[in-house]
Structure formats: C-alpha cells, structure tokens
Design a binder for this molecule. Structure first.
Ligand SMILES: NC(=O)c1ccc[n+]([C@@H]2O[C@H](COP(=O)([O-])OP(=O)(O)OC[C@H]3O[C@@H](n4cnc5c(N)ncnc54)[C@H](OP(=O)(O)O)[C@@H]3O)[C@@H](O)[C@H]2O)c1
Length: 298
C-alpha cells in the first residue's frame, strides 16, 4: 500500500511518518521538504503530485495552523483548511481511495462544561475554526470515504507549539504567564499518531462515507494548569534545570487576535468504544514527549 502523507514536516506529520511506515510505503510531501516539495494551496500542483504518486491512502495533517494570523490572512487559511481537503476528497472519491484528515476542537463554541461529542453542533468563533469546519464539510460534499479525526491542544518536542514555547523559555529561567480560563485536553502528537495507526488497522470496521472521531489527551485542565504540570515534569526529567514560576492570567488581560473556546474538552468515547481502549492520559503524553525531548537533545 502506498500512503501519501502531507504536512510531513509538521509536528503531527513527523510523528506519523514512521508509524505509517508500519502499514505501507510512505511518500511524504511538504512545502520545503519531504520526498517531494509541493505547495498544496495550488490545485494544479496537487493534482500533478497525486497523479505521480497514485496513493492507495491519503493522510492529510497539512494545514494552516497559525490561529491568530488566520484572522488577518483568511485566504491562506481557507486554501489550506477548506479547499485542500475538498480537492483531496474529490480525487479520493473518484478513485475509491480512503482519506484521513484532521480537524479541531475550535469548531465548537466553547460555551458549556461537558465534553463535545462528534455530532454536537459546531459554532466556530474564529477564522481558523471556520476554515477547519468548512474543510470537514468539503470532504463530506466530495463523497470520499474519509476518517476525520478532531483533536485539541496538540503538542510535541518539535518547535512551534505551546509546550515547546514554554519549555524553551523555562529553560532560560524566564517566568511564565499563562491563561487560566480556557479549559481543554492537551494531546501529545505521538499518542495521536498511535491512534491513527490503530484506526487504520481497523478501517474495515469503519462504515463508508465520512466518520468523525474525537481524540485528545485524557484530562481536563486550563493552559495554566498544563504549563505548571509541564514545567514540574520537565524539571524532574532534567529537560529544564529547575522549575520556574507560572503566573495565571485571564484571557481578557491577554489579548489575542482570534477568539478561542473557553471550554474545548472533546468527548472521546466513540474512539474508546471503537478501539476498546481508553485514550492515554495527559500525564502519560507529557512523559512520552519529554523522553523524546531528552533523546533529541542528547
Ligand atoms: N496544533 C494544534 O494545537 C492543533 C489542534 C487541533 C487540531 N489540529 C490539527 O491537526 C493537524 C496537524 O496539526 P500540526 O500541529 O501538526 O500542524 P503544523 O505543525 O502546523 O503542520 C502543518 C504542516 O502543513 C504544512 N503546510 C502549510 N502550508 C502548506 C502549503 N501551502 N503547502 C504544503 N504544505 C503546507 C506546513 O509546512 P510549513 O511548516 O513549511 O509551513 C506544516 O508542515 C492540522 O489539521 C491541525 O489543524 C492542530
């Protein structure tokens, strides 16, 4: 089986590449690296690439993930997050090739205090959230057989995410200030990659059409609580020399361009029922991530 993996240089893509290798031959693409470079915002280039690779399975973590920049640059967010999934869906539907795509907790409003289920009504609050929801709808409209995995608060030891940003500053001994009134479930990209492989091994049991599945770390906490936990664990693992202070702050006093959901905990019971195993805890995710961090820096 030949698998086309987009976004291979992103944090999820980097975790997925070796795991997908257990299922078949993986052909990777990204803007600047991979087996071949391709600007996926250009449909002509995408179709050329698909024609050359002729994948039996497409896994698409490529996305525009700059949530605040999306408010000012909606066109790029819509190209990558709405149009690209629709184009991939169209190609896949025509050839009966399955598609795995990723979406986000930010498709929900955040106005409640119980976990969001796959069939709850979305009401995104930001350009990014809207673009990701439109991507889901574009796949649905394409008629492809697709698995859409919604995840949340993704982190890894690679640069460019919340965890790597705070630990880089903590390593320098800087005090941190982190919002304490947005609650969610931090998800280690390594656990998500494991989950995707598990779902793909069982894909014969998934129905046809589009299946949505929520997968996030098992745990409910604010960004502030996650930062405190991460700093304490990182100091214990020797990733940073010593813990630093983590001050809480209200979102209203920490202006960000895009509105974020106050409560974006995903209910993962569909995944748990389907696979017969619980989603791993946030604590286990941190441990796995910090071990990789140490390995990468030794
Ligand atoms: N990060 C989170 O907290 C989070 C939360 C919920 C859901 N998700 C979803 O999970 C998935 C994976 O997220 P992630 O955090 O792994 O994202 P990421 O690290 O930002 O990776 C996205 C990848 O897409 C590539 N890309 C962007 N524009 C491209 C273009 N025009 N042509 C080709 N490649 C392009 C990027 O390449 P460059 O780096 O070269 O631009 C990057 O390698 C996404 O669907 C995201 O929406 C993420």
């Amino acid at each position: 089986m030949r698998i086309l993996l987009t976004g291979a240089a992103g944090q999820l893509g980097r975790h997925l590449a070796p795991r997908l290798g257990e299922l078949g031959e993986v052909v990777t693409t990204d803007l600047q690296s991979g087996d071949f470079r391709c600007d996926l915002s250009d449909r002509r280039l995408l179709d050329k690439a698909l024609g050359r690779v002729r994948p039996d399975l497409i896994v698409n973590p490529a996305a525009w993930t700059a949530v605040d920049r999306a408010e000012d640059e909606p066109d790029m967010a819509l190209k990558l997050n709405r149009d690209l999934p629709g184009w991939l869906g169209a190609w896949a539907a025509e050839r009966s090739v399955p598609l795995v795509h990723f979406s986000t907790d930010y498709v929900f409003s955040g106005a409640r205090d119980t976990g969001w289920k796959e069939d709850d009504a979305p009401a995104p609050q930001s350009v990014y959230g809207r673009s990701k929801l439109e991507g889901e709808l574009a796949i649905e409209a394409s008629g492809a057989n697709a698995l859409i995995v919604r995840t949340a608060w993704l982190y890894s030891h690679f640069p460019g995410n919340f965890l790597s940003a705070i630990l880089t500053r903590a390593e320098r001994g800087e005090k941190l200030t982190v919002v304490s009134d947005q609650v969610g479930s931090p998800t280690w990209a390594g656990h998500l990659a494991d989950a995707v492989v598990e779902l793909l091994r069982r894909r014969g049991e998934l129905g046809s059409g589009v299946t949505r599945m929520h997968f996030a770390g098992n745990g409910t906490m604010s960004w502030h609580a996650f930062a405190e936990l991460a700093v304490a664990r990182a100091a214990k693992h020797g990733v940073i020399p010593a813990p630093v202070a983590v001050e809480p702050i209200a979102s209203a006093r920490w202006p960000q361009k895009a509105r974020r959901p106050a409560w974006s905990v995903l209910d993962c019971s569909r995944f748990e029922a389907f696979t017969g195993r619980p989603v791993p805890s946030v604590e286990d995710g941190l441990t796995g991530c910090l071990e990789m961090w140490k390995e990468a820096s030794s």
